[in-house]
Ligand binder design. Structure first.
Ligand code: NAP
Length: 266
């Protein structure tokens, strides 16, 4: 994929944060948008702003953590007569704190959204993309995908799935007209922290959502399988230079202290 101009991009989690920034950057680069999230009002607001800039924007409100949601979204896209050239799997959430402090229902929802929906949307959209060629998939993982992260264990494991899955697909689809790229952001300006622990003290983001979005979109055009945005590359190196035991102790202790400062009980 060499350009986004004239392409149709479906962005999940487009109502806020990194997803909204991805949609805005894609629109600025000449793509038409299919905007997906649960908050129809926020998506409509964004769609109106994008249409004002000459872009076609379609809103499909969906809760992607529900069983069958990905198939319903795929059918809805076809009902609109649209063809997806770029699939952006961005919707996701995490939780900070003790493992036993969250319910199994919350962890189930996290796995359904962060893993199952990504898997299903790739499976539904990628065959058509490969048949047409000149298409792409941008999956949003995290810098924490490279390490196990105590007090955020399920989220970090879910993002490890996205990283591994995406890199494998990137190789499998090489030369088949579908560029698969996985973007691993660090602490980025968005609603993520408020969702991860509602009562946490404000945490200053290291990176802007707009910068992170552009890093991911540029990496896909450059044919990269993976990219880490911002100053977060050290974490990917840790498992190459330390034992797994040392890595988990190091990141776990650093993260535990940071969570205590944020007011999250650990
Ligand atoms: N911000 C960071 O520091 C950071 C770091 C690494 C990775 N990430 C990853 O970046 C991605 C975007 O997160 P963000 O930081 O931009 O957080 P955010 O501002 O909270 O955005 C999350 C997006 O996902 C949507 N969403 C949540 N649950 C959904 C569901 N069940 N069905 C459909 N859409 C749903 C939300 O919209 P609705 O509420 O309207 O549904 C929202 O648009 C996530 O995959 C996250 O794991 C973020």
């Amino acid at each position: 994929m060499k350009t986004y101009a004239g392409k149709t991009a479906l962005v999940t989690g487009a109502s806020s944060g990194i997803g909204k920034a991805l949609a805005e950057s894609l629109a600025a680069r000449g793509a038409n948008l299919i905007l997906v999230a649960r908050s129809a009002d926020r998506l409509e607001h964004l769609a109106t702003a994008l249409r004002g800039k000459g872009v076609e924007a379609t809103v499909i409100a969906a809760d992607l953590a529900q069983p069958g949601a990905a198939a319903r979204l795929h059918a809805e896209v076809e009902r609109h007569g649209l063809c997806v050239d770029l699939l952006v799997n961005n919707a996701g959430f995490g939780k900070w704190g003790r493992f036993e402090g969250e319910s199994l229902a919350t962890y189930g929802e996290m796995i359904a959204l962060n893993i199952q929906a990504v898997l299903e949307l790739c499976h539904l959209f990628m065959p058509g993309m490969a048949a047409r060629g000149d298409c792409g998939v941008l999956n949003i993982s995290s810098a924490v995908a490279f390490v196990p992260l105590p007090w955020t264990a399920v989220y970090a494991a879910s993002k490890a799935f996205v990283l591994s899955f995406s890199e494998a697909l990137s190789y499998e689809f090489k030369g088949k007209g579908v560029q698969v790229t996985v973007l691993c952001p660090g602490n980025t300006e968005s609603n993520f922290a408020a969702v991860a622990y509602a009562a946490a003290r404000p945490r200053a983001p290291d990176d802007s959502a707009a910068m992170v979005a552009d890093v991911g979109l540029d990496a896909l055009l450059a044919g990269r399988a993976s990219i880490i945005s911002g100053n977060n590359k050290k974490v990917a190196w840790l498992p190459r230079i330390l034992s797994r035991e040392r890595v988990v102790a190091l990141v776990g202790e650093t993260w535990r202290k940071r969570l205590l400062v944020l007011g999250v009980p650990v």
